[in-house]
Design a protein around this ligand. Structure first.
Ligand code: ARG
Length: 460
């Protein structure tokens, strides 16, 4: 096929170079955005007297026909075309003749591709946002059902202090709530129209960029034409949001994997989200969570690849930038898949409260509370801390836990110890007495559940 830009060339592009240069394999995803952009552009050209209303009507009919044929599958996208922009324009001209050649007045592929990509991504952001909300809802639901499930809270993956499972889950709700905020923020900056920047310097035609922006539901226009065609910050921001989502998902995955192991046995994943082994009949593997954890690396790769591609590029458009799309498409698609598998995996997960409690009942998880017991009786915290350390050492040496150590032994460490200490260090008390805002105590957990619920109601 002869290139639209063939005029100044004496011979054709090498076959392999043609292939190398082409982006149609991945940018055909943006066909809808490309045509919507062109429709708005043509309408503006007519309104500004740059093309006639008759020409605009033919262009509009032609473009609408192409879009519906592509969507219905009756018009296959020609993989020989250089990119989606060239494909649509060539098809338009094939259908309506020379009038089609007027569409590209006061426009360049440089502003066109920037426009298409912004439109495509802001739409994808909506899908990711709604998947995030679904996930937050699933977390809320599991948390609400597990406000009484006491488990060990960990630091350094060592049992640290008892918490309720709801509190642990709600920590993830907070992360994903921040991700929604980041996504909204990124869309705000993305949602300005670059169309009309043309190749790099703007145009001599009396265009109305604002009218095109409004027709395409943008909040405004880019202020500098060179920036308009060369800015891909929005891709980087989008991939950075995706990377953070994946980082959160991978931490969550890691915990789900640990929790489902025999060693922890805190949860059991549904058969629908686990797989077996080809050789070991007893196995039930948490493949979904492992894959989510694994795919995190790939999204980080998309982000780093895009940042590196942009690094050192002189203004304005450079062909390097064609590489933005595969990364950003892969990043959003991966996040989308991970979010949509994670939410139902979580909702169908069975929580083994007894196992959690059992794990929390050993390992001196209430040692801080024992120190607090002495402190509340007047002993300075550091001294209490030291005594409890000695008590733990004595327990370990004698095969005791804080619950089984006899009263006389306690007394030998401090006179302040009395029978009420056992009630004071019971797991339920440890949790109930956590009264600080944001703690694992019942009031705070309730407040968190309410906060998440209100967020969801507001965000829909
Ligand atoms: N396919 C190109 C891209 O994705 C479109 C822009 C081409 N512009 C140009 N001056 N060659 O970036």
């Amino acid at each position: 096929m002869e290139k639209m830009w063939a005029g100044r060339f004496l011979s054709a592009l090498d076959r392999q170079a043609d292939d190398f240069n082409s982006s149609i394999h991945f940018d055909s995803k943006m066909v809808k955005e490309d045509i919507e952009g062109s429709l708005a552009h043509a309408a503006m050209l007519a309104k500004q007297g740059i093309i006639t209303y008759d020409d605009c009507a033919s262009i509009t009919d032609g473009l609408k026909g192409i879009l519906s044929d592509v969507l219905e599958g009756t018009l296959p996208i020609d993989m020989e075309a250089e990119d989606i922009h060239m494909f649509v324009e060539a098809e338009l001209t094939r259908r309506i003749g020379d009038v089609g050649k007027r569409l590209h007045t006061a426009r360049s592929r440089n502003d066109q591709v920037a426009l298409d990509l912004r439109m495509y991504l802001r739409n994808e952001a909506k899908t990711i946002r709604s998947s995030l909300l679904t996930l937050i809802e699933a977390i809320h639901e599991q948390a609400a059902a597990n406000t009484d499930a006491i488990m060990p809270g960990y630091t350094h993956l060592q049992r640290a202090q008892p918490v309720v499972f709801a509190h642990h889950l709600l920590a993830y709700a907070m992360m994903f709530i921040r991700d929604v905020g980041r996504l909204d923020d990124c869309v705000k900056r993305m949602n300005v129209s670059p169309l009309g920047s043309c190749a790099l310097a703007g145009t001599t035609y009396p265009t109305d960029r604002m009218a095109v922006a409004e027709a395409l539901h943008f909040d405004g226009i880019t202020m500098n034409s060179m920036d308009g065609v060369s800015d891909r910050d929005f891709c980087v921001e989008m991939l950075s949001v995706c990377s953070l989502i994946m980082m959160h998902l991978s931490r969550f995955s890691e915990e789900v994997i640990l929790w489902s192991s025999w060693e922890f046995s805190f949860v059991e994943l549904s058969d629908a989200y686990t797989t077996g082994s080809s050789i070991m009949p007893q196995k039930k593997n948490s493949d979904m969570a492992e894959l989510v954890r694994g795919k995190t690396g790939r999204v980080y790769g998309d982000l780093i690849g895009t940042l590196t591609m942009l690094k050192g590029l002189p203004l304005a458009y450079n062909k390097d930038m064609q590489e933005d799309k595969e990364s950003v498409f892969d990043g959003i698609e991966t996040v989308q898949k991970c979010l949509s598998i994670f939410a139902p995996m979580l909702s169908t997960m069975k929580v083994k409260k007894d196992k959690m409690r059992e794990a929390a009942s050993r390992g001196f998880i209430n040692a801080t509370d024992l120190a607090d017991y002495l402190t509340k009786k007047g002993m300075p915290f550091r001294s209490a801390y030291k005594i409890v350390g000695n008590i733990v050492a004595a327990c370990i040496a004698g095969g005791n836990t804080l619950e089984t150590l006899p009263m006389e032994t306690y007394k030998s460490f401090s006179d302040l110890f009395e029978e009420d200490l056992f009630e004071e260090i019971s797991l339920d008390t440890c949790v109930k007495k956590r009264i600080s805002a944001g703690s694992t105590g019942p009031d705070s957990v309730m407040a968190q559940l309410d906060y998440v619920k209100a967020f969801l109601a507001d965000a829909e």
